[in-house]
Design a protein around this ligand. Structure first.
Ligand SMILES: Cc1cc2nc3c(=O)[nH]c(=O)nc-3n(C[C@H](O)[C@H](O)[C@H](O)COP(=O)(O)OP(=O)(O)OC[C@H]3O[C@@H](n4cnc5c(N)ncnc54)[C@H](O)[C@@H]3O)c2cc1C
Length: 388
């Protein structure tokens, strides 16, 4: 196997275009050289390596879904490849990339006015402005349709009141896409985080997603200009168009984390001797490694095919749900198995496995819980919705 493709049992890399291979190798070099060496310390301190944002911008990683406005438009396939590579280091890093691209730049491009696009997209492409996506609320996660955050018109402006919770990038963002009820319809607003009445504070004492700046946002009479409304973002349909992109990113990221755990376990098992033999020589361990490889290979094929379907506009939400559900579920099993193979060392930061395992627990919930994606598939199969 080629050096750059340490785990690619079915040689999916042969199916990639030259551009796809080039971006994969570029991001991989960045991840191995600049991100992996520092990430465990940031995780320890529950802090995001903010200095990496400028470097990500230099690699043209922001604006993947955007044509023009200083962005280098790329395919869904490439978006997925970048997510996989970033998550081989850290899911917080992958989340920063995904939120900036899919949940902020995409809605500004897709639903925003020309002035909104001009104002934010070039700055976001350069990493000079950071975005966050405020949908979930303390009492409304899986059912965002129940949200209580409200926008009211006043003197030609909008006044926002409500609470958002679990907002990735929330404490480092310059602009927030805030979803709120206006005349009882869910609308998107571009809120500058420096506006009076916008208060973001970190969600504390997280044991998962520790590098990711997860925020609680309080909107108290937050007054924003009339041109802050995203004119094309009407209802949950608009929300789900953003989430579809992001969920594919999560499916690809979960694969990246699984690969990192598998590699750590395999390397360790070959080196570590127990009862005078390498751990890798025992049948039980070979069974564990084989199971991991099988699931990684299946997830690679799912992601590859789904990426191509998305590029050809042939994938719907249920296809994306299948990938998110499967890849995260299997990545958790792989991370747990890797932790077991590493023995006591599996809980140390140095091997990164425990960090991935902790992060994957949050990933099972965010961007739609495992339960909700199961129900989406159930609805697709039966035609009957088991939820509203
Ligand atoms: C680290 C992290 C980052 C996040 N980032 C963002 C972000 O940037 N922006 C944002 O808006 N949100 C974000 N979220 C929020 C995330 O989208 C929600 O946590 C998720 O949608 C689930 O909502 P909840 O946590 O309120 O769980 P709940 O909706 O309360 O669900 C609790 C449990 O009930 C189950 N359940 C719910 N409804 C049904 C049903 N009908 N039938 C069967 N079971 C059901 C769920 O599957 C789950 O197991 C983030 C979350 C985390 C953990």
């Amino acid at each position: 196997m080629a050096q750059t493709d340490p785990v690619d049992f079915y040689q999916t890399a042969l199916l990639l275009t030259d551009e796809e291979k080039e971006i994969r190798d570029t991001v991989r070099r960045f991840v191995v050289g600049k991100c992996i060496p520092i990430i465990a310390d940031y995780f320890d301190r529950a802090s995001f390596p903010i200095e990496l944002i400028a470097q990500m911008a230099q690699l043209d990683l922001f604006g993947v879904h955007i044509k023009g406005y200083g962005c280098r438009s790329r395919s869904h396939m490439i978006y997925g490849i970048i997510c996989e590579e970033l998550a081989r280091c850290d899911s917080g890093l992958r989340a920063m990339f995904s939120v900036q691209n899919s949940l902020v730049m995409f809605p500004i491009f897709e639903f925003g006015s020309e002035a909104q696009r001009e104002k934010w997209l070039p700055a976001m492409a350069k990493g000079k402005a950071i975005g966050c996506f405020g949908l979930s609320e303390p009492d409304y996660g899986s059912d965002p349709g129940g949200m209580q955050t409200e926008a009211k018109r006043k003197d030609g402006q909008y006044v926002l009141n409500g609470k958002k919770m679990w907002i990735t990038n929330g404490t480092i963002a310059d602009v927030a896409v805030i979803w709120a009820r206006l005349d009882n319809e869910i609308r998107g607003f571009l809120v500058e985080t420096r506006m009076p009445g916008f208060h973001a504070k970190p969600v504390q004492r997280k044991f998962s997603y520790r590098t990711s700046p997860t925020a609680y946002i309080d909107l108290k009479d937050c007054t924003i200009p009339a041109d802050a409304l995203l004119p094309g973002a009407n209802g949950l349909k608009a929300v789900f168009r953003c989430l579809n992109h992001a969920r594919f990113g999560v499916a690809c990221g979960a694969l990246g984390s699984a690969i990192a755990c598998y590699q750590a376990a395999k390397d360790f098992a070959l080196k570590r001797k127990v009862f005078d033999q390498p751990v890798a020589s025992y049948q039980l361990v070979q069974d564990q490694l084989a199971r991991m490889l099988v699931e990684i290979t299946k997830a690679q094929l799912v992601n590859y095919h789904l990426g191509r379907m998305l590029d050809e506009n042939r994938a719907g939400p249920a296809q994306i749900s299948l990938a998110k559900l499967n890849n995260v579920r299997e990545a958790i099993k792989i991370a747990r198995t890797a932790r077991d193979i590493l023995g006591a060392r599996g809980i140390l930061a140095d091997h990164h496995v425990m960090r991935h395992l902790c992060d994957l627990e949050a990933i099972s919930t965010l961007e739609g819980t495992a339960g909700m994606h199961t129900l989406v598939l159930g609805k697709e199969i039966t035609g009957i919705s088991a939820f509203k």
